[in-house]
Design a protein around this ligand. Structure first.
Ligand SMILES: *Cc1c(COP(=O)(O)O)cnc(C)c1O
Length: 339
């Protein structure tokens, strides 16, 4: 049962605990208490550090490890509008380290907006590679060149999704346990945006190790694959070992909710955009078009199609990402004005 995060080096970056907030106006908008379960939103968009989000919890432990290994420069990878890359660049600043971001894009000149603008403001060194590149291989090349220059690089995988990052996300479950007892709530389900699986590994391991009452629903941001499924279980169980827990998870514990990412990763959906506007207008909470908006569109659809009894409680983990909103301004402004 026990989780001992004290075994791992930690570099403080996040404002914790993040609030747990009752979304009663959203519940009203979705049909009220006859139709819609109680909704509690865990505000991991508010972890702080240059627009926050879920990656900051992982980075406290990843940067802790990097500093323990005397790193001088952090290397990571992602899309041009990667929240993870932006959060990593911010974490590097605070830790006094340089950062190199390997960002994939098919555009000759990706718009310097949203996260990419912040990467530049933070002083990260940005290198573009074509979409579909092997990001691990690209990061290895960068690391080898830096090593030859006398630097000590530390490579963080895409999304910060390894066992250390997943262990870092256990802090969310530890906070939620306290907060749920303050709310006198026993949620049956927890929803979140699911990408490179580090968050899922941490959430599912935390839920089982702490005996939480809910099952965890990871709304996919991109097509599922056996590799990703295997990674989720592997890093969850390695994270368990790192924190001295006897808990082990299996495939059956990982619920991947398909059908809400639309055409592909990063391509907006109408339902996701509508969720962004609805949350803005009911709770003044800002979601994003790539992860949290699509995840919320999955929860909303499950509510509208009566998959969750109205007398139950659900938790939605807002994983952040709203720093990317500005890269979608024209489309979202049209929708917002039309409504
Ligand atoms: C990265 C990210 C996720 C997904 O987290 P993973 O650990 O990669 O699965 C969800 N929401 C937002 C806003 C993110 O930036």
């Amino acid at each position: 049962m026990s989780i001992d995060l004290g075994r791992l080096p930690r570099f403080p970056l996040a404002n914790l605990p993040t609030p747990l907030q009752e979304a009663s106006r959203l519940r009203e908008a979705l049909g009220g208490s006859d139709k819609c379960p109680r909704i509690l939103i865990k505000r991991d968009d508010l972890t702080g550090l240059a627009f926050g989000g879920n990656k900051v919890r992982k980075l406290e432990y990843l940067i802790g490890d990097a500093l323990a290994k005397d790193a001088t420069v952090i290397i990571t990878a992602g899309a041009a509008q990667s929240n993870h890359a932006r959060a990593t660049a911010a974490a590097a600043v605070v830790a006094g380290l340089r950062s190199v971001l390997v960002l994939n894009t098919d555009e000759a000149e990706p718009a310097v907006q949203g996260n990419l603008l912040i990467d530049h403001l933070l002083g990260a060194e940005v290198r573009f590679v074509p979409k579909g590149s092997d990001s691990d291989a690209e990061m290895k090349k960068v690391a080898e060149a830096l090593t030859a220059n006398g630097e000590t690089p530390y490579v963080i995988p895409v999304g910060g999704s390894n066992e250390i990052g997943a262990a870092g996300y256990l802090t969310m479950s530890l906070e939620l346990r306290e907060q749920l007892s303050a709310f006198a709530a026993m949620p049956s389900r927890l929803y979140f945006g699911n990408g490179s699986r580090g968050t899922q590994a941490g959430i599912v391991l935390g839920a089982i190790a702490l005996g939480m009452p809910y099952r965890s629903y990871g709304v996919l941001d991109s097509p599922n694959s056996p590799f990703k499924e295997e990674r989720a279980v592997r890093i969850a169980n390695r994270a368990a070992e790192l924190v001295g827990s006897d808990t082990r998870v299996s495939d059956a514990d990982m619920i991947n909710v398909d059908g809400y990412f639309g055409e592909a990763y990063g391509v907006p959906t109408t339902a996701g955009d509508e969720a962004i506007v609805l949350l803005a207008r009911t709770e003044a909470i800002l979601l994003d078009p790539v992860y949290s908006g699509k995840a919320m569109s999955g929860l909303i659809d499950h509510i509208r199609t009566d998959q969750i009894p109205a007398d139950e409680t659900v938790v939605f983990v807002h994983t952040g990402g709203n720093s990317a909103l500005f890269a979608h301004a024209d489309r979202l402004a049209r929708l917002a004005r039309a409504g």
